[in-house]
Design a protein around this ligand. Structure first.
Ligand SMILES: C[S@@+](CC[C@H](N)C(=O)[O-])C[C@H]1O[C@@H](n2cnc3c(N)ncnc32)[C@H](O)[C@@H]1O
Length: 328
């Protein structure tokens, strides 16, 4: 490890949680508290969203998807307003968070980016997650979600080149699991299939297939848990609601979403994490942009309720991640 790693790591490790807690998590706590009131006050809009989500699942070609996204964004803003009502300090944080949030595309999503850059970013991201011990932490969450399900069928959607499940296939303490990784990009699917074919013997077999994460209805009865890591921040909120709505209905044990937490602390973690593990400039830029595109746990909770979940837990894990567990 280089010298600056030894200095940067501990400093960021202390600063990041503090900064997250000071800003994002205070706003998040107020939003989580306001959520039941919002759902009650806006019952009509909530019903409209539910109808649009049903239509999007059954007939995506004719469903009014722009209206769906508009209503979801409207509810998201109403939740923030409700949380900040008569709390000037929180309103300041909300304004800062609004300035900080961004929907600008990452380099990874740019259509002009060459194929090799997409493949390289996915490799760098995989290395980062391995080096930082993220896969280990995520595996614990996955195993917890299917603890009482023998031969659990788990599908990781928007899985990129299948990095996480490749790791799980080699490290899981449960050989009875049935693992599938899917992504809508054929390029990533082919990379994942090649990696699965090269895997060391002795691991769990891993299927890698092409699938759109918003077309999960066909999986009904064939999967126990839908997992989605580090991908929802690539999607507008209406699309995340569609993923949750269909995932909740397809998988008996619901969905587990893990993604970057939108917070200044996570930004610092992204900067330091990439610097320590994989100092590749495109990844460093994208890691920071991902944080600005990320969600707060309360926003995930709102989306899960809109998608029809009755059991919803959404919270921050460490300074950099938000985790959603939801089931019907
Ligand atoms: C940052 S990568 C995350 C990959 C992987 N989950 C991980 O944690 O390393 C985001 C992935 O989401 C995929 N993606 C975005 N929208 C999707 C959709 N609607 N259906 C399937 N995959 C999608 C992209 O192709 C890309 O592979």
């Amino acid at each position: 490890m280089k010298h600056h790693h030894a200095v940067l790591g501990p400093i960021a490790g202390r600063l990041a949680p503090g900064l997250s807690a000071m800003l994002a998590l205070r706003l998040d706590a107020a939003m989580q508290k306001a959520l039941p009131t919002l759902l009650e006050q806006q019952q009509q809009t909530v019903t409209q969203v539910a109808e649009l989500l049903d239509a999007a699942a059954q007939q995506p070609e004719t469903a009014d998807l722009p209206r769906l996204d508009k209503l979801v964004r409207q509810l998201k803003q109403q939740l923030r307003d409700l949380a900040c009502a008569q709390q000037p300090a929180l309103r300041v944080m909300e304004r800062v968070d609004r300035l900080f949030a961004s929907e600008m595309a990452e380099l990874m999503d740019a259509t002009w980016a060459p194929k090799w850059l997409h493949a390289a970013e996915m490799r760098w991201l995989d290395k980062l997650n391995r080096d930082l011990g993220n896969y280990d932490r995520w595996q614990a969450l996955v195993l917890d979600a299917v603890t009482d399900v023998p031969n659990a069928r788990i599908e990781d959607v928007a899985a990129g080149a299948a990095g996480f499940l490749m790791w799980m296939a080699q490290h899981s303490p449960r050989p009875d699991l049935h693992l599938t990784a899917s992504d809508y990009s054929l390029d990533y699917v082919k990379l994942g299939q090649a990696a699965a074919a090269r895997a060391e013997p002795g691991g769990i077999p891993l299927a890698v297939v092409q699938r759109d994460a918003t077309q999960l209805a066909q999986l009904a009865g064939q999967v126990d848990l839908i997992v989605c890591t580090q991908a929802t921040h690539h999607m507008p909120p209406g699309l995340v609601a569609r993923l949750l709505h269909q995932g909740l209905r397809a998988a008996g044990h619901g969905v587990l979403v893990i993604d970057v937490l939108r917070s200044v602390g996570a930004l610092l973690s992204a900067a330091t994490g990439t610097n320590l593990s994989t100092p590749a400039p495109p990844l460093m830029i994208d890691a920071m942009q991902s944080v600005r595109r990320g969600f707060l746990p309360a926003e995930f909770a709102l989306l899960a309720h809109l998608a029809g979940a009755r059991h919803v837990r959404a919270d921050a894990r460490g300074p950099a991640y938000a985790v959603l567990r939801a089931w019907l």
